[in-house]
Write a protein that binds this ligand. Structure first.
Ligand SMILES: Cc1ncc(COP(=O)(O)O)c(C=O)c1O
Length: 390
Protein backbone atom coordinates (compact mmCIF):
# COMPACT_ATOMS: atom_id res chain seq x y z
CA UNK A 1 0.00 0.00 0.00
CA UNK A 2 1.40 3.42 -0.97
CA UNK A 3 1.70 5.56 2.14
CA UNK A 4 0.86 8.68 0.11
CA UNK A 5 -2.73 7.53 -0.49
CA UNK A 6 -5.44 9.46 1.37
CA UNK A 7 -6.97 8.06 4.54
CA UNK A 8 -10.27 7.02 2.91
CA UNK A 9 -8.38 5.11 0.20
CA UNK A 10 -6.36 3.36 2.90
CA UNK A 11 -9.54 2.55 4.83
CA UNK A 12 -10.97 0.81 1.77
CA UNK A 13 -7.86 -0.86 0.34
CA UNK A 14 -4.96 -1.23 2.80
CA UNK A 15 -4.27 -4.81 3.85
CA UNK A 16 -7.25 -6.17 1.91
CA UNK A 17 -5.34 -8.24 -0.65
CA UNK A 18 -2.71 -9.66 1.65
CA UNK A 19 -4.38 -13.06 1.84
CA UNK A 20 -3.06 -15.96 -0.24
CA UNK A 21 -6.35 -16.00 -2.20
CA UNK A 22 -5.87 -12.81 -4.17
CA UNK A 23 -9.08 -13.11 -6.20
CA UNK A 24 -11.50 -12.70 -3.27
CA UNK A 25 -12.48 -9.03 -3.06
CA UNK A 26 -13.62 -9.32 0.54
CA UNK A 27 -10.94 -10.82 2.80
CA UNK A 28 -11.69 -14.52 3.36
CA UNK A 29 -12.39 -15.63 6.94
CA UNK A 30 -9.66 -18.17 7.64
CA UNK A 31 -11.71 -20.13 10.12
CA UNK A 32 -8.98 -22.62 10.92
CA UNK A 33 -6.93 -23.39 13.99
CA UNK A 34 -3.84 -24.68 12.17
CA UNK A 35 -2.22 -24.67 8.73
CA UNK A 36 -0.57 -27.44 6.69
CA UNK A 37 3.22 -27.07 6.58
CA UNK A 38 4.55 -27.53 3.00
CA UNK A 39 8.03 -28.57 3.86
CA UNK A 40 9.82 -29.01 7.15
CA UNK A 41 13.44 -27.76 7.09
CA UNK A 42 16.30 -28.99 9.31
CA UNK A 43 16.05 -25.57 11.03
CA UNK A 44 12.31 -26.07 11.64
CA UNK A 45 9.34 -24.35 9.97
CA UNK A 46 10.20 -21.71 7.33
CA UNK A 47 9.84 -18.16 8.71
CA UNK A 48 6.74 -16.28 7.59
CA UNK A 49 4.67 -19.47 7.28
CA UNK A 50 1.22 -19.58 8.90
CA UNK A 51 1.34 -22.32 11.54
CA UNK A 52 -1.39 -21.91 14.14
CA UNK A 53 -4.06 -19.21 14.55
CA UNK A 54 -2.93 -18.22 18.06
CA UNK A 55 0.33 -17.02 16.43
CA UNK A 56 -1.09 -15.48 13.24
CA UNK A 57 -3.87 -15.93 10.70
CA UNK A 58 -4.33 -14.33 7.24
CA UNK A 59 -7.63 -12.58 8.17
CA UNK A 60 -5.89 -11.03 11.19
CA UNK A 61 -2.89 -10.09 9.02
CA UNK A 62 -5.20 -8.13 6.69
CA UNK A 63 -6.58 -6.18 9.68
CA UNK A 64 -3.12 -5.60 11.14
CA UNK A 65 -1.73 -4.29 7.81
CA UNK A 66 -4.70 -1.94 7.44
CA UNK A 67 -4.30 -0.58 10.98
CA UNK A 68 -0.53 -0.11 10.59
CA UNK A 69 -1.13 1.83 7.34
CA UNK A 70 -3.86 3.97 8.97
CA UNK A 71 -1.88 4.89 12.08
CA UNK A 72 1.39 5.31 10.14
CA UNK A 73 3.12 2.60 12.18
CA UNK A 74 5.45 -0.20 11.16
CA UNK A 75 3.42 -3.09 12.53
CA UNK A 76 0.21 -3.98 14.34
CA UNK A 77 -0.92 -6.82 16.58
CA UNK A 78 -4.58 -7.68 17.12
CA UNK A 79 -6.17 -8.99 20.33
CA UNK A 80 -9.49 -10.45 21.49
CA UNK A 81 -10.43 -7.16 23.23
CA UNK A 82 -9.07 -3.70 23.93
CA UNK A 83 -8.20 -4.79 27.49
CA UNK A 84 -6.29 -7.77 26.05
CA UNK A 85 -4.22 -5.28 24.02
CA UNK A 86 -3.66 -2.87 26.95
CA UNK A 87 -2.62 -5.62 29.36
CA UNK A 88 -0.28 -7.06 26.69
CA UNK A 89 1.53 -3.70 26.42
CA UNK A 90 2.02 -3.57 30.19
CA UNK A 91 3.17 -7.18 30.42
CA UNK A 92 5.59 -6.84 27.51
CA UNK A 93 7.12 -3.41 28.00
CA UNK A 94 7.41 -3.52 31.81
CA UNK A 95 9.25 -5.87 34.11
CA UNK A 96 8.99 -6.25 37.87
CA UNK A 97 10.37 -3.09 39.56
CA UNK A 98 9.67 -0.75 36.62
CA UNK A 99 7.72 2.46 37.05
CA UNK A 100 4.77 3.63 34.92
CA UNK A 101 3.07 7.03 34.76
CA UNK A 102 -0.63 7.05 33.88
CA UNK A 103 -3.43 9.54 33.83
CA UNK A 104 -6.19 8.71 36.27
CA UNK A 105 -9.00 9.64 33.88
CA UNK A 106 -9.13 6.34 32.02
CA UNK A 107 -11.70 3.76 31.00
CA UNK A 108 -12.75 2.02 34.25
CA UNK A 109 -11.12 -1.37 33.57
CA UNK A 110 -7.84 0.26 32.49
CA UNK A 111 -7.86 2.24 35.74
CA UNK A 112 -8.54 -0.95 37.72
CA UNK A 113 -5.77 -2.83 35.87
CA UNK A 114 -3.24 -0.12 36.73
CA UNK A 115 -4.47 0.58 40.24
CA UNK A 116 -4.87 -3.01 41.44
CA UNK A 117 -3.36 -5.39 38.86
CA UNK A 118 -0.07 -3.58 38.14
CA UNK A 119 1.20 -3.38 41.76
CA UNK A 120 0.49 -7.12 42.22
CA UNK A 121 2.88 -7.76 39.29
CA UNK A 122 5.55 -5.53 40.83
CA UNK A 123 4.97 -2.47 38.61
CA UNK A 124 5.02 0.85 40.39
CA UNK A 125 2.33 3.26 39.09
CA UNK A 126 2.11 7.05 39.56
CA UNK A 127 -1.21 8.58 38.60
CA UNK A 128 -0.64 12.07 37.19
CA UNK A 129 -2.74 14.64 35.31
CA UNK A 130 -1.01 14.22 31.93
CA UNK A 131 -2.80 17.29 30.56
CA UNK A 132 -0.09 19.15 32.51
CA UNK A 133 3.19 17.95 30.93
CA UNK A 134 5.13 19.56 33.83
CA UNK A 135 3.49 17.07 36.22
CA UNK A 136 4.68 14.21 33.99
CA UNK A 137 8.23 15.61 34.12
CA UNK A 138 8.07 15.82 37.95
CA UNK A 139 6.83 12.22 38.24
CA UNK A 140 9.58 10.71 36.04
CA UNK A 141 12.07 8.42 37.76
CA UNK A 142 15.17 6.56 36.56
CA UNK A 143 13.08 3.40 36.23
CA UNK A 144 10.08 5.02 34.44
CA UNK A 145 9.46 2.95 31.31
CA UNK A 146 5.98 4.01 30.14
CA UNK A 147 3.62 6.98 30.11
CA UNK A 148 0.01 6.00 29.36
CA UNK A 149 -3.03 8.17 28.63
CA UNK A 150 -6.23 8.52 26.60
CA UNK A 151 -7.02 11.68 24.63
CA UNK A 152 -9.87 12.59 24.65
CA UNK A 153 -10.17 10.71 27.93
CA UNK A 154 -13.05 8.46 28.89
CA UNK A 155 -15.45 9.78 30.22
CA UNK A 156 -14.62 13.47 30.80
CA UNK A 157 -13.21 14.15 27.29
CA UNK A 158 -10.10 15.73 28.86
CA UNK A 159 -7.46 16.47 26.19
CA UNK A 160 -3.74 15.73 26.51
CA UNK A 161 -1.02 17.30 24.34
CA UNK A 162 0.50 14.17 22.79
CA UNK A 163 3.59 15.90 21.34
CA UNK A 164 4.53 17.62 24.62
CA UNK A 165 4.07 14.55 26.82
CA UNK A 166 5.88 12.28 24.35
CA UNK A 167 8.82 14.73 24.26
CA UNK A 168 9.07 14.78 28.08
CA UNK A 169 8.87 10.97 28.22
CA UNK A 170 11.38 10.25 25.45
CA UNK A 171 13.96 12.69 26.90
CA UNK A 172 13.97 10.34 29.88
CA UNK A 173 13.96 7.09 27.91
CA UNK A 174 10.28 6.28 28.59
CA UNK A 175 7.81 5.20 25.91
CA UNK A 176 4.50 6.99 25.37
CA UNK A 177 1.39 4.85 24.88
CA UNK A 178 -1.79 6.56 23.64
CA UNK A 179 -5.24 4.97 23.74
CA UNK A 180 -6.71 6.39 20.49
CA UNK A 181 -10.12 4.70 20.80
CA UNK A 182 -12.22 7.91 20.87
CA UNK A 183 -10.85 9.73 17.80
CA UNK A 184 -9.40 6.83 15.75
CA UNK A 185 -6.68 7.39 13.12
CA UNK A 186 -9.30 9.16 11.02
CA UNK A 187 -8.92 12.21 13.27
CA UNK A 188 -5.70 11.68 15.25
CA UNK A 189 -2.39 9.89 14.61
CA UNK A 190 -0.39 9.76 17.85
CA UNK A 191 2.67 8.05 16.28
CA UNK A 192 3.19 11.08 14.01
CA UNK A 193 3.21 13.27 17.14
CA UNK A 194 5.95 11.28 18.88
CA UNK A 195 4.03 8.50 20.69
CA UNK A 196 5.65 5.05 20.55
CA UNK A 197 2.60 2.81 20.75
CA UNK A 198 -1.08 3.35 19.88
CA UNK A 199 -3.72 1.10 21.34
CA UNK A 200 -7.41 0.74 20.45
CA UNK A 201 -10.51 -0.94 21.65
CA UNK A 202 -11.50 -2.05 18.13
CA UNK A 203 -14.87 -2.92 19.68
CA UNK A 204 -15.77 0.78 19.32
CA UNK A 205 -15.48 3.01 16.24
CA UNK A 206 -13.11 0.78 14.24
CA UNK A 207 -15.72 -1.95 14.08
CA UNK A 208 -18.49 0.58 14.45
CA UNK A 209 -21.51 -1.72 14.49
CA UNK A 210 -21.53 -3.01 18.06
CA UNK A 211 -21.24 -6.67 17.04
CA UNK A 212 -17.63 -7.68 17.74
CA UNK A 213 -15.00 -7.22 20.45
CA UNK A 214 -11.39 -6.59 19.50
CA UNK A 215 -8.19 -4.76 20.38
CA UNK A 216 -5.25 -3.50 18.29
CA UNK A 217 -1.75 -2.26 19.04
CA UNK A 218 0.25 -0.29 16.44
CA UNK A 219 3.95 0.21 17.12
CA UNK A 220 7.52 -0.30 15.89
CA UNK A 221 8.48 -3.74 14.47
CA UNK A 222 10.52 -4.49 17.60
CA UNK A 223 7.70 -3.78 20.05
CA UNK A 224 5.15 -5.61 17.87
CA UNK A 225 7.38 -8.68 17.65
CA UNK A 226 7.96 -8.79 21.40
CA UNK A 227 4.22 -8.30 22.07
CA UNK A 228 3.27 -11.02 19.57
CA UNK A 229 5.92 -13.54 20.59
CA UNK A 230 5.57 -12.95 24.28
CA UNK A 231 2.17 -12.11 25.60
CA UNK A 232 -0.03 -12.90 22.58
CA UNK A 233 1.53 -16.29 21.84
CA UNK A 234 1.98 -17.41 25.41
CA UNK A 235 -1.07 -15.86 27.11
CA UNK A 236 -3.33 -16.27 24.12
CA UNK A 237 -5.88 -13.37 24.08
CA UNK A 238 -6.11 -13.79 20.31
CA UNK A 239 -8.76 -12.21 18.06
CA UNK A 240 -11.08 -14.62 16.22
CA UNK A 241 -10.89 -14.55 12.38
CA UNK A 242 -14.62 -13.81 12.22
CA UNK A 243 -14.27 -10.75 14.45
CA UNK A 244 -11.25 -9.63 12.38
CA UNK A 245 -13.47 -9.85 9.28
CA UNK A 246 -16.20 -7.76 10.95
CA UNK A 247 -13.69 -5.11 12.09
CA UNK A 248 -12.16 -4.99 8.59
CA UNK A 249 -15.62 -4.51 7.15
CA UNK A 250 -16.40 -1.76 9.66
CA UNK A 251 -13.11 0.02 8.94
CA UNK A 252 -13.92 0.51 5.26
CA UNK A 253 -16.65 3.02 6.25
CA UNK A 254 -14.84 4.60 9.23
CA UNK A 255 -14.38 7.93 7.42
CA UNK A 256 -18.02 8.50 6.52
CA UNK A 257 -19.14 7.28 9.93
CA UNK A 258 -16.73 9.54 11.86
CA UNK A 259 -17.83 12.57 9.81
CA UNK A 260 -21.49 11.85 10.61
CA UNK A 261 -20.80 11.06 14.31
CA UNK A 262 -18.95 14.39 14.56
CA UNK A 263 -21.64 16.37 12.77
CA UNK A 264 -24.34 14.90 15.05
CA UNK A 265 -22.24 15.34 18.22
CA UNK A 266 -21.47 18.99 17.40
CA UNK A 267 -25.16 19.72 16.92
CA UNK A 268 -26.16 17.79 20.04
CA UNK A 269 -23.50 19.51 22.18
CA UNK A 270 -24.73 22.92 20.97
CA UNK A 271 -28.31 21.94 21.82
CA UNK A 272 -27.33 20.67 25.30
CA UNK A 273 -25.42 23.87 26.09
CA UNK A 274 -28.68 25.81 25.73
CA UNK A 275 -30.63 23.63 28.21
CA UNK A 276 -31.32 25.10 31.68
CA UNK A 277 -31.21 21.64 33.28
CA UNK A 278 -27.67 21.08 32.02
CA UNK A 279 -24.81 22.53 34.03
CA UNK A 280 -21.87 21.81 31.73
CA UNK A 281 -21.21 20.15 28.41
CA UNK A 282 -17.89 18.45 27.61
CA UNK A 283 -17.09 18.17 23.89
CA UNK A 284 -13.54 18.60 22.51
CA UNK A 285 -14.60 21.29 20.04
CA UNK A 286 -15.81 23.47 22.92
CA UNK A 287 -12.82 22.81 25.22
CA UNK A 288 -11.53 26.26 26.27
CA UNK A 289 -7.93 24.97 26.31
CA UNK A 290 -7.99 24.88 22.51
CA UNK A 291 -7.98 28.70 22.34
CA UNK A 292 -4.79 28.91 24.42
CA UNK A 293 -3.07 25.78 23.10
CA UNK A 294 -2.78 25.72 19.28
CA UNK A 295 -0.73 22.47 19.35
CA UNK A 296 -3.52 20.72 21.20
CA UNK A 297 -6.02 21.94 18.61
CA UNK A 298 -3.76 20.91 15.73
CA UNK A 299 -3.29 17.33 16.95
CA UNK A 300 -6.91 16.46 16.01
CA UNK A 301 -8.43 17.00 12.59
CA UNK A 302 -11.95 16.41 13.96
CA UNK A 303 -13.68 16.10 17.33
CA UNK A 304 -15.49 12.77 17.16
CA UNK A 305 -18.80 11.45 18.41
CA UNK A 306 -18.27 11.34 22.19
CA UNK A 307 -19.58 13.98 24.57
CA UNK A 308 -20.56 14.22 28.23
CA UNK A 309 -22.69 16.58 30.29
CA UNK A 310 -23.59 17.32 33.89
CA UNK A 311 -27.28 17.41 34.73
CA UNK A 312 -28.64 19.59 37.56
CA UNK A 313 -30.22 17.57 40.37
CA UNK A 314 -27.45 14.99 40.89
CA UNK A 315 -27.80 11.26 40.63
CA UNK A 316 -31.61 11.22 41.02
CA UNK A 317 -32.07 13.55 38.06
CA UNK A 318 -29.55 11.53 36.04
CA UNK A 319 -31.39 8.25 36.71
CA UNK A 320 -34.81 9.75 35.90
CA UNK A 321 -33.43 11.17 32.66
CA UNK A 322 -31.83 7.86 31.61
CA UNK A 323 -34.88 5.76 32.49
CA UNK A 324 -37.10 7.97 30.34
CA UNK A 325 -35.11 7.80 27.10
CA UNK A 326 -37.07 6.13 24.31
CA UNK A 327 -34.86 6.21 21.19
CA UNK A 328 -31.37 6.49 22.70
CA UNK A 329 -30.22 3.28 24.40
CA UNK A 330 -28.88 3.16 27.95
CA UNK A 331 -25.82 0.94 27.49
CA UNK A 332 -22.07 0.74 28.05
CA UNK A 333 -19.68 0.73 25.09
CA UNK A 334 -19.50 3.36 22.36
CA UNK A 335 -18.85 3.98 18.68
CA UNK A 336 -21.96 2.09 17.63
CA UNK A 337 -24.39 3.18 14.88
CA UNK A 338 -27.00 3.75 17.62
CA UNK A 339 -26.77 6.50 20.23
CA UNK A 340 -25.64 4.91 23.52
CA UNK A 341 -25.98 6.86 26.76
CA UNK A 342 -24.64 5.89 30.17
CA UNK A 343 -23.91 7.05 33.71
CA UNK A 344 -20.16 6.53 34.24
CA UNK A 345 -20.40 6.63 38.06
CA UNK A 346 -22.94 3.78 38.10
CA UNK A 347 -21.75 1.95 35.00
CA UNK A 348 -18.37 2.11 33.15
CA UNK A 349 -16.46 3.83 35.98
CA UNK A 350 -18.15 2.31 39.03
CA UNK A 351 -14.84 0.56 39.85
CA UNK A 352 -13.20 3.97 40.44
CA UNK A 353 -13.71 4.90 44.13
CA UNK A 354 -16.29 7.68 44.56
CA UNK A 355 -13.75 10.08 46.23
CA UNK A 356 -11.45 9.68 43.21
CA UNK A 357 -14.33 10.09 40.77
CA UNK A 358 -15.34 13.41 42.34
CA UNK A 359 -11.77 14.78 42.10
CA UNK A 360 -11.49 13.68 38.47
CA UNK A 361 -14.78 15.24 37.41
CA UNK A 362 -16.62 11.90 37.11
CA UNK A 363 -19.41 13.25 39.31
CA UNK A 364 -22.76 11.60 40.03
CA UNK A 365 -24.31 14.21 37.68
CA UNK A 366 -22.15 13.18 34.72
CA UNK A 367 -23.76 11.46 31.74
CA UNK A 368 -21.75 10.18 28.74
CA UNK A 369 -23.15 10.05 25.22
CA UNK A 370 -21.83 8.12 22.25
CA UNK A 371 -23.70 10.01 19.57
CA UNK A 372 -24.93 7.64 16.88
CA UNK A 373 -25.72 7.95 13.19
CA UNK A 374 -29.47 8.57 13.50
CA UNK A 375 -31.09 11.81 12.31
CA UNK A 376 -29.87 14.27 14.93
CA UNK A 377 -33.31 15.88 15.13
CA UNK A 378 -34.63 12.58 16.53
CA UNK A 379 -31.78 12.26 19.05
CA UNK A 380 -32.41 15.84 20.24
CA UNK A 381 -36.18 15.25 20.51
CA UNK A 382 -35.64 12.10 22.61
CA UNK A 383 -33.20 13.88 24.93
CA UNK A 384 -35.57 16.84 25.22
CA UNK A 385 -38.55 14.65 26.22
CA UNK A 386 -36.39 12.73 28.78
CA UNK A 387 -35.13 16.04 30.25
CA UNK A 388 -38.76 17.21 30.52
CA UNK A 389 -39.48 14.27 32.86
CA UNK A 390 -36.83 15.39 35.39
C1 LIG B 1 -11.00 4.21 25.87
C2 LIG B 1 -11.16 2.72 26.03
N1 LIG B 1 -10.07 1.92 26.00
C3 LIG B 1 -10.17 0.59 26.16
C4 LIG B 1 -11.38 -0.02 26.37
C5 LIG B 1 -11.44 -1.52 26.56
O1 LIG B 1 -11.88 -2.12 25.40
P1 LIG B 1 -12.61 -3.56 25.34
O2 LIG B 1 -13.95 -3.41 25.95
O3 LIG B 1 -12.63 -3.87 23.87
O4 LIG B 1 -11.75 -4.52 26.11
C6 LIG B 1 -12.54 0.75 26.41
C7 LIG B 1 -13.86 0.12 26.63
O5 LIG B 1 -14.87 0.78 26.78
C8 LIG B 1 -12.44 2.17 26.23
O6 LIG B 1 -13.51 2.98 26.28
Amino acid sequence: MHYEYGINTKLVHAGEHSSPDMSALAPPIYQTSSFAIDELLPSGIKRGTYIYSRLSNPTLTALELKMAALEGGNAAVSFATGMGAISAIMLTLLKCGDHLIADRVLYGSTYELLKKGAPRLGFDVSFVDTSKPGRVAEALRDNTKLVFFETPANPTLKLVDIRKVAAVASENGAKTIVDNTFLTPYYQKPLELGADVVVHSATKYLNGHGDALGGIIVSSYEDAISIRKGVLRDMGAVLSPFNAFLILRGLRTLGVRMERHTQNATELATFLKAQKLIKRVFYPKFDRNLERKPDLKAQMSGYGGMLAFEIRGGVDAAITFLNNLKLCTVAVSLGDTATLIEHPGLMTHSVVPKEDREILGITDSLIRVSVGLEDVVDIKADIQQALDTV
